[in-house]
Write a protein that binds this ligand. Structure first.
Ligand code: PMT
Length: 400
C-alpha cells in the first residue's frame, strides 16, 4: 500500500512547457490510487488539453471560475475543502508572483488563496527568470506563507539553455507529498541504516555475495527522512538511486561497511542493520583470475566482523539498536537469540524462502520482537513495513 493511496490531491497546472510532465505526474498519482482533481489555467491549456488530464485523472477538469455547472459555481472554495493537499506543478514565474500578491483572478489562484490545507509549489521556468530578484523574493514570500517549495532541478531547459529552472523530478515531489502525510515524529533523530549485500572478492573477476537488492534498507531510509530524521544510509552494491535528502555512503565489502558504520555510530540515535552482510570472505583474494582446472576448486573462508554484534557490545547510552534476522526456519527462536546475544532493542525477523518476503521483492512480512512484546505484521510493501518499524522504534525510545 502506497502512502498516497486514497489521498485527495488538487493538482494545479500553469502555462509552462513542463505542463506535459504534470500529465505524467497525474498518471503516477492515479497509479498509487491517489484521487486527483486537476485545475488548469488558460495558459496551461495551450500546452496540454483538459481532455488529457480528464482521461488521466478520471475526474472532471476545472478551468473556469465562472462556469455555470454545479461543480464550477463554488469550485474555488469546495476544491480545497474536499482535498488533502494542493500541488501546483509546474508553477510559472507569473503564477508565483500572483500567489505572492494574493491575487485571485483565476480559478487556480482563488483555490490556493482559499486553501487551508498544505500547499506544495513546484517552480519551473527559464534560469534567468528563476534567478531574477523579483522571482526569488516571490518564492521566499510563498515560503513565509507556509507553502512547501520543491526546488527546481538543473539541466537542459525547454529553451535549449542549460541551468536551474527544470521542474523537479517526480521522486522529489512525491517525497514532499509523502512527508506531509507522515507524522513528524523522527524530527531531531540522527539515524543510520545499512542496506543491500556486501561483495567479498575472490579474484579480480569473482566475488561472494547474496541476493539482497537494498529495497528494505532504502525503504527504511526514505520513510525516516519523510518523518523528519537526519538519515545516513550505508549501502552495499545495489541498483537503487539515492533517496532524496538522505546521505548515502556506498561500500562494497563487509570490512568497508563496518568501517563506515563504526566511524558514524557514536553520533547516532538509532541504527538499523538491514544489510545482508557476508559472514565470511575468501581467506585470499587472488591477484589474477583463478584458472579453471580439472580438480575443481577448494576455497578457504574466514569470518567477517559481525558489525551488529560489535555495535551491541560497544553501544553508547541513548542508542536504539535494531537488527534484522533472515531466517528460513525456527524464526522466533532465532530472532530471540539474536536479540539477546547481540544486545539489541528490536529484531525484525523475515522469512527468506517465501516468494513475497525477504530478498529482492517489493513486499515483506516481518515479526517484530523487542524486550516487551512480539508483533507479527501482515504482508505489506517494504515502505509500509518500514513505517511500522519506525513506529516501534519511537515507542521504544518513548519508554526508554
Ligand atoms: O535488500 P532486500 O532485497 O530488500 O532484502 C531485505 C533483506 C532480506 C536483506 C532484509 O530484510 C534482511 O533480512 N536483512 C538482514 C539479512 C541478514 O544478514 O540477516 P542475518 O540473520 O544473517 O544477520 C543478522 C543481523 O546481523 C542483520 O541485521 C545483519 O545486518 C547483521 N550482520 C550480519 C553479519 C555481519 N557480519 N554483520 C552484521 O551486522
Amino acid at each position: 500500500m502506497s502512502g498516497l493511496q486514497g489521498k485527495r490531491i488538487v493538482l494545479g497546472v500553469t502555462g509552462s512547457i513542463a505542463a506535459f510532465k504534470a500529465a505524467e505526474w497525474t498518471r503516477s498519482l492515479v497509479k498509487e490510487e491517489a484521487v486527483v482533481t486537476v485545475v488548469l489555467t488558460e495558459a496551461a491549456e495551450r500546452f496540454v488539453s483538459a481532455l488529457t488530464f480528464a482521461a488521466l485523472s478520471g475526474n472532471p477538469v476545472h478551468r473556469d471560475m465562472f462556469g455555470d455547472s454545479p461543480e464550477a459555481i463554488m469550485a474555488h472554495l469546495n476544491l480545497s475543502r474536499e482535498a488533502d493537499v494542493l500541488l501546483v506543478a509546474p508553477a510559472t514565474a507569473q503564477t508565483i508572483a500572483a500567489l505572492a500578491q494574493g491575487a485571485a483572478d483565476s480559478l487556480l489562484l482563488a483555490v490556493v488563496l482559499a486553501a487551508r490545507i498544505p500547499v506544495v509549489i513546484c517552480p519551473a521556468m527559464n534560469s534567468n527568470m528563476l534567478l531574477h530578484p523579483a522571482t526569488q523574493r516571490n518564492i521566499r514570500c510563498l515560503e513565509e506563507y507556509g507553502y512547501h517549495i520543491v526546488q527546481p532541478g538543473t539541466g537542459e531547459l525547454a529553451c535549449g539553455e542549460v541551468g536551474d529552472g527544470r521542474l523537479a523530478d517526480w521522486e522529489a515531489a512525491r517525497e514532499k507529498l509523502l512527508s506531509l502525510f507522515q507524522p513528524d515524529d523522527l524530527r531531531g533523530y540522527r539515524v543510520l541504516i545499512t542496506a543491500g549485500p556486501t561483495r567479498e572478492p575472490l579474484d579480480p573477476v569473482r566475488f561472494l555475495s547474496n541476493r539482497s537488492s537494498g529495497k528494505m534498507g532504502f525503504a527504511l531510509a526514505s520513510t525516516a527522512r519523510r518523518r523528519g530524521a537526519g538519515v545516513t544510509l550505508v549501502a552495499g552494491p545495489v541498483h537503487l538511486t539515492d533517496p532524496p535528502g538522505v546521505e548515502v555512503i556506498r561500500v562494497t565489502t563487509a570490512a568497508e561497511m563496518a568501517r563506515a558504520v563504526f566511524d558514524r555510530a557514536p553520533e547516532m540515535d538509532v541504527i538499523i542493520k538491514a544489510a545482508a552482510v557476508a559472514d565470511f570472505k575468501p581467506q585470499v583474494c587472488e591477484e589474477h583470475k583463478i584458472k579453471k582446472s580439472e580438480e575443481g576448486l577448494r576455497l578457504e573462508l574466514v569470518k567477517n566482523v559481525d558489525i551488529l554484534k560489535e555495535l551491541g557490545q560497544n553501544r553508547h547510552p541513548g542508542l536504539t539498536l535494531v537488527g534484522f534476522a533472515a531466517e528460513s526456519r525456527r524464526h522466533v527462536e532465532e530472532g530471540r537469540r539474536k536479540l539477546r546475544e547481540k544486545n539489541l532493542d528490536l529484531i525484525v525477523i523475515n522469512d527468506i524462502l517465501g516468494s513475497t518476503t525477504g530478498f529482492d521483492v517489493e513486499t515483506n512480512q516481518v515479526i517484530l520482537i523487542d524486550k516487551q512484546s512480539s508483533t507479527t505484521l501482515p504482508l505489506l510493501s517494504k515502505e509500509a513495513t518500514a513505517d511500522h518499524i519506525w513506529d516501534r522504534v519511537v515507542a521504544i525510545r518513548q519508554h526508554a
